[in-house]
Design a binder for this molecule. Structure first.
Ligand SMILES: Cc1cc2nc3c(=O)[nH]c(=O)nc-3n(C[C@H](O)[C@H](O)[C@H](O)COP(=O)(O)OP(=O)(O)OC[C@H]3O[C@@H](n4cnc5c(N)ncnc54)[C@H](O)[C@@H]3O)c2cc1C
Length: 505
């Protein structure tokens, strides 16, 4: 528990925007504000470096989507190459976690701080608006809650408290314009995650980070988690020559997966990238039921799944290459008996049964869900901006877009009208809700010439440029775009029909 340091009186920090969280979202937001306005920005983060969860991710983590459209708008992250080797062969480069971390560090040191308009407060924990110091609180308190708890405090959201974790120095932050809460999505990674099941003291249980530090070969590996980190753990073991039969993979829910080939924002991949969009709209437009929609989305190549015999119940937007999928299918010992409730020394208890294990097996925790807060709230409020996704699968593009809207529009209502939250998906049918929200935003943006132009010139939007670059005589690309346009409205109608059906279930 941190204490106030009596010899360190509170220091006031004032800026137009007080950004809480120097992760990818906070950095992308600040970058656009700095580029498009004269505003000042104070950035507060409890980590020692910008980059958020990338600083504590497992050593072999990489981006899941191409580097071309990750990072901040003003600085390229991609090396502009396609991988020549490995399981991402033939596809756009994927920055490693260390590269992403170093990139954000450079953005801060070489771009943000030299403007003279940025103050950066690393190792500082933001504790709430107007409520005084609560150094243990990881969750930022909203004014409504804090007002209720502390009726004597001013209810304004333009003042907040933070403390340097190392020195104990206490700060009061004053935002001339707004606070920007870039912690709302609560990204969790294995190293910062506490499993919600019991672990016997004699069981070998490690977070994914430790897998790369093993000194001895265990009897076998038990990977707990069927999401993207579980996939990464399995691929890491297979790439390092582990016999697939030495891996037990506990998958509580199978997921629909996205094919990375369809996410490449470059000319060479126009057919797969834009073709997948067209196939998605066609599949939806022609679907006779929710089940039929999933079948069509799969047969058109939009969705992939691990096992053709198991109907996925989850959808988190995890992206995978076909080579990676082929590797994963080599693991035959997959356990689908629900969630783990306890890891013992000789057995693992799951919701639907028990499997044997041993003290010589390594159990790898991949049960953290990357985004743990799926509730939506308005992005723009009078004194607060809460970045969330406004385009599917793209939190950093969304943050830059939200900053542009903040910089160019006046009222909270008109800003929110163009920034409807695209809710983060969890279960399979969330796909319909989030695709409808995404399409609605795209449509609204396309009606606004200024926004169309911004999208065309923004690095984080690779797709507008791809479409705008089609030559008059390029009949193949034009045919793909025609399929896409012709099926967009019928697809939207079907999405609304399926959403209405789901609401009555
Ligand atoms: C393995 C993995 C791969 C991914 N690959 C991709 C990809 O390829 N493309 C893509 O678009 N997305 C990808 N994502 C999604 C990724 O989560 C987002 O792109 C993005 O990094 C999220 O950034 P963030 O700023 O929201 O969260 P974070 O990185 O968690 O940053 C939040 C920051 O807030 C700080 N903070 C929290 N509470 C406080 C407090 N009280 N006081 C001060 N500071 C606080 C934290 O220290 C942290 O630095 C991936 C995610 C994972 C886990």
């Amino acid at each position: 528990m941190l204490r106030k340091n009596p010899s360190n009186p509170t220091v006031n920090v004032t800026a137009d925007y007080i950004v809480i969280g120097a992760g990818a979202v906070g950095m992308a937001f600040a970058d656009t504000i700095l580029t498009e306005t004269d505003s000042t920005v104070a950035i507060i983060d409890k980590h020692h470096k910008p980059g958020g969860h990338w600083n504590v991710a497992y050593p072999f983590v990489t981006l899941h989507q191409p580097s071309n459209f990750y990072g901040v708008s003003s600085r390229e992250l991609s090396e502009g190459i396609q991988d020549q080797v490995g399981l991402n062969k033939g596809l756009g480069d994927l920055a490693s976690g260390a590269e992403v971390s170093a990139y954000f560090d450079k953005v801060m040191r070489h771009q943000f701080l030299p403007t003279g308009r940025v103050e950066y407060f690393p190792m500082c924990r933001f504790s709430g608006f107007n409520t005084g110091l609560d150094a243990d609180a990881d969750q930022i308190k909203s004014t409504s809650k804090s007002t209720a708890k502390s009726p004597n405090k001013s209810p304004t959201k333009s003042t907040g408290q933070f403390t340097n974790i190392l020195s104990g120095q206490h700060y009061e932050a004053h935002a001339h314009k707004k606070f920007v809460d870039c912690t709302y999505l609560k990204t969790t990674v294995p190293s910062t995650h506490t499993p919600n099941f019991d672990i016997a003291s004699g069981a070998q249980f490690i977070p994914l980070n430790t897998l790369a530090m093993l000194e001895q070969t265990p009897e076998g590996y038990v990977i707990i988690g069927g999401g993207k980190t579980g996939i990464d753990a399995c691929l890491f073991l297979l790439e390092n020559g582990v016999n697939p039969d030495a891996i037990q993979w506990i998958i509580s829910r199978d997921a629909w997966l996205l094919n990375r080939k369809n996410t490449q924002p470059s000319e060479a991949f126009f057919e797969s990238t834009m073709g997948a969009q067209a196939a998605q709209f066609e599949s939806l437009a022609h679907a006779s039921s929710i089940d039929d929609a999933f079948s069509r989305l799969e047969s058109s190549g939009y969705f992939l799944r691990l096992d053709k015999n198991i109907r996925p119940e989850m959808f988190h937007g995890a992206t995978i290459s076909e080579l990676e999928l082929a590797q994963l299918r080599r693991i035959k010992n997959t356990i689908r008996m629900g969630r783990v409730t306890a890891v013992g020394t000789h057995e693992i208890i799951l919701e639907k049964g028990t499997i044997p294990t041993s003290p010589n097996h390594i159990h790898v925790d991949c049960s953290a869900s990357a985004i743990s807060n799926l509730e939506m709230k308005p992005i723009f409020e009078d004194h607060l901006i809460t970045p969330q996704t406004v385009r599917s699968y793209q939190p950093v593009f969304s943050a830059a877009f939200i900053a542009h809207i903040e910089a160019t529009l006046e009222t909270t209502a008109e800003k929110n009208a163009l920034c409807r939250v695209v809710p983060l998906p969890n279960k399979d049918t969330d796909y319909f809700i989030f695709t409808a929200a995404f399409m609605m935003n795209q449509y609204n943006w396309s009606q606004n010439p200024e926004l169309k132009n911004w999208l065309l010139n923004n690095r984080l939007d690779g797709f507008s440029k791809l479409v705008a670059g089609i030559q008059e005589d390029d009949t193949e690309k034009r045919a793909i775009m025609k399929r896409l346009r012709n099926h967009a409205m019928p697809a939207m109608a079907k999405l609304n029909q399926f959403i209405a059906e789901l609401e009555t279930q």
